[in-house]
Design a protein around this ligand. Structure first.
Ligand SMILES: CC(C)(COP(=O)(O)OP(=O)(O)OC[C@H]1O[C@@H](n2cnc3c(N)ncnc32)[C@H](O)[C@@H]1OP(=O)(O)O)[C@@H](O)C(=O)NCCC(=O)NCCS
Length: 187
């Protein structure tokens, strides 16, 4: 099939997915009144736009390029890859998958990014909350992630949502963080 020009592509169905309501996420009221965040599937209609999301050079150290995350997910379709929207504007991406192997059985959050111009508005926090809720709804009892040493924003965000340090460093040197059981109950 011929690729349609980007603007002619179907837009994601915003009606189908859960909204993080302002009441649910207090942060939204604090940061931007009327903001609603959604995490929608990455698909034919939005993947190019996802690839084009921009990060500063400094931030590119902390996360793979979106095009890489999309390629990885194409070959590992059991991964869940989401586009983050605020009021229908694409602002970032996140991903998670179930690790069932050498290190045990747990949900692993990876590839969180909010485009530079949209950072600091509560979108990252709201999107991670939605992803945690989705994971809990499909039975997650153990949710882990990691943050590079020095990535204070990511570490603060995860800790704010109830992730705790495990004292373990990954081979890459990143800190392994695990969602507390209390936080999991309320996800
Ligand atoms: C990390 C990242 C996803 C945060 O997303 P964001 O939308 O900017 O963050 P939010 O506005 O939702 O902030 C949520 C919390 O994160 C932490 N945080 C965000 N920006 C911060 C900053 N500049 N300094 C310190 N903490 C910060 C705070 O705990 C904040 O809560 P608060 O506002 O109550 O203090 C974003 O900065 C990003 O994409 N960074 C580059 C890629 C990256 O590092 N990804 C994570 C890989 S592990």
């Amino acid at each position: 099939m011929t690729n349609l020009p980007h603007n002619n592509r179907m837009q994601p169905d915003f009606g189908k997915l859960a909204l993080a309501s302002a009441a649910d996420a207090g942060v939204m009221q604090k940061k931007e009144r009327g903001m609603s965040v959604q995490i929608l599937d990455v698909n034919e209609s939005n993947w190019r736009e996802c690839v084009e999301l921009k990060l500063t050079e400094e931030d590119q150290k902390y996360v793979d390029r979106n095009v890489f995350a999309i390629a990885e997910w194409k070959f590992e379709p059991e991964n869940v890859l989401k586009a983050i929207y605020s009021n229908s504007v694409l602002v970032g991406m996140l991903a998670y998958y179930i690790h069932d192997g050498k290190y045990g059985y747990f949900f692993w959050m990876y590839h969180l990014m909010i485009e530079t111009q949209h950072q600091g508005k509560g979108y990252g926090e709201a999107a991670v909350k939605l992803a945690l809720k989705d994971m809990r709804e499909v039975g997650a009892k153990d949710i882990r992630t990691s943050a590079d040493i020095g990535n204070t924003r990511a570490e603060n965000l995860y800790k704010k949502l109830g992730f705790e340090e495990t004292g373990i460093l990954e081979d890459s040197g990143s800190k392994l963080l695990r969602l507390s059981q209390d936080a999991l109950k309320f996800a």
